[in-house]
Design a protein around this ligand. Structure first.
Ligand SMILES: *[C@@H]1O[C@H](CO)[C@@H](O)[C@H](O)[C@H]1NC(C)=O
Length: 356
């Protein structure tokens, strides 16, 4: 179908248009926007809009407000838009979502708020967005995810929070997101992957944590993930990992991306990677790119090129230590024995008597 309504109305003078708009109860296209398919698709992209237009038709199911100058979404901005399924607001300057600003959008399935200036999500942000399947919040300024803002996203499949400034996520923050299949947290400032954070994410298939500041993955953190196919951990601060942590991934096939960390290449690290690589369902995709950042003599070396040498050195030093200890023990014993023999005649009156 082609452009309907708007082109004809665009040509009319402004005042009659406004009157018409009011008279027909929002059935017309908002000024500055283009409407398609009997106003079901409303395209208001890049129109320098500073607020959400008031006259969006009630039957609209896609509203595109990308690339405007919105700074705030007011509490009544979308009232009456019962049919809305897709709302696109990326590339604006939104700093504030007023409480209830999205609360009339009970059938919304996709919300794009990427490339804005959000520092936090309002409490109960998810309330009445219970149909939402896809939420894009990448490239904002979010600092923290608390346990209330994502609480009601029971149908969410895809959550993109990449390139924010998130340092901490409350352990309960994701607990209602049991259908989540893609979670993107790349490019944030997370330090720890905590036990319990992913406890409800049995359906999670893709977990992207690259380019954070993660130095610790707690032992049980990955245990709940039964469907994971990709775990991205590139560009973090990992020095060591435990085999057990990864062994907990009871999946069919999981690809791990681990390069660009602060790997300390010692025998233990080599053993852990050897063990992980021997587990049939785990694949370290970028094992060949893993470069040592410590100790000093290994900086810049590829772990794969060390090929067991680290453990040979360790075995050798264990041997040397063992031999040294044994030598010390033996010589002490010998000395003690000699002392005993030397002292015997003097210190043992009974034996003296016997000798006589
Ligand atoms: C990143 O982690 C290190 C410890 O590995 C910590 O000292 C530093 O403060 C962290 N940086 C940020 C921005 O959290």
């Amino acid at each position: 179908m082609s452009v309907s309504g708007c082109t004809m109305l665009d040509a009319m003078p402004l005042l009659p248009l406004l009157l018409l708009n009011t008279a027909l109860g929002f059935k017309l296209c908002p000024s500055h926007c283009l409407c398609y398919e009997s106003s079901e698709l409303v395209d208001c992209r890049s129109r320098d809009l500073v607020r959400v237009p008031v006259s969006v038709p009630h039957g609209t199911w896609l509203l595109d407000l990308s690339g405007n100058k919105l700074t705030e979404v007011h509490s009544r901005s979308f009232v009456g838009l019962w049919s809305l399924k897709i709302l696109l607001m990326s590339n604006n300057s939104i700093q504030t979502l007023q409480p209830q600003s999205l609360s009339s959008l009970q059938f919304l399935e996709r919300l794009d708020l990427s490339y804005n200036r959000l520092r936090w999500l309002p409490q109960h942000f998810s309330q009445s967005l219970s149909s939402l399947k896809e939420l894009q919040l990448h490239h904002n300024l979010l600092l923290h995810l608390d346990s209330t803002s994502l609480g009601d996203f029971e149908n969410l499949r895809k959550l993109d929070l990449s390139y924010n400034r998130i340092q901490a996520i409350d352990v309960g923050a994701l607990s209602s997101l049991s259908r989540l299949s893609v979670l993107n947290l790349e490019g944030n400032r997370l330090n720890v992957l905590k036990d319990g954070l992913l406890s409800r994410q049995q359906s999670l298939e893709v977990l992207l944590l690259s380019h954070n500041n993660i130095s610790v993955i707690e032992t049980e953190a990955l245990a709940p993930l039964r469907s994971l196919t990709l775990l991205g951990l590139r560009g973090n601060q990992l020095e060591h990992i435990r085999f057990k942590t990864f062994l907990q991934l009871q999946t069919t096939t999981t690809h791990l991306q681990m390069a660009l960390n602060r790997w300390t290449c010692d025998c233990e690290l080599q053993r852990v990677f050897d063990k992980i690589r021997r587990v049939r369902h785990l694949h370290v995709d970028d094992y060949k790119d893993i470069i040592c950042r410590a100790p000093a003599q290994q900086v810049g070396t590829y772990l794969v090129s060390l090929d067991g040498h680290l453990c040979i050195a360790e075995t050798a030093s264990v041997l040397i230590i063992t031999i040294t200890v044994m030598v010390a023990v033996i010589s002490t014993l010998v000395k003690a024995e000699r002392n005993r023999k030397n002292k015997k005649p003097v210190s043992d009156p009974e034996s003296e008597r016997q000798e006589k």
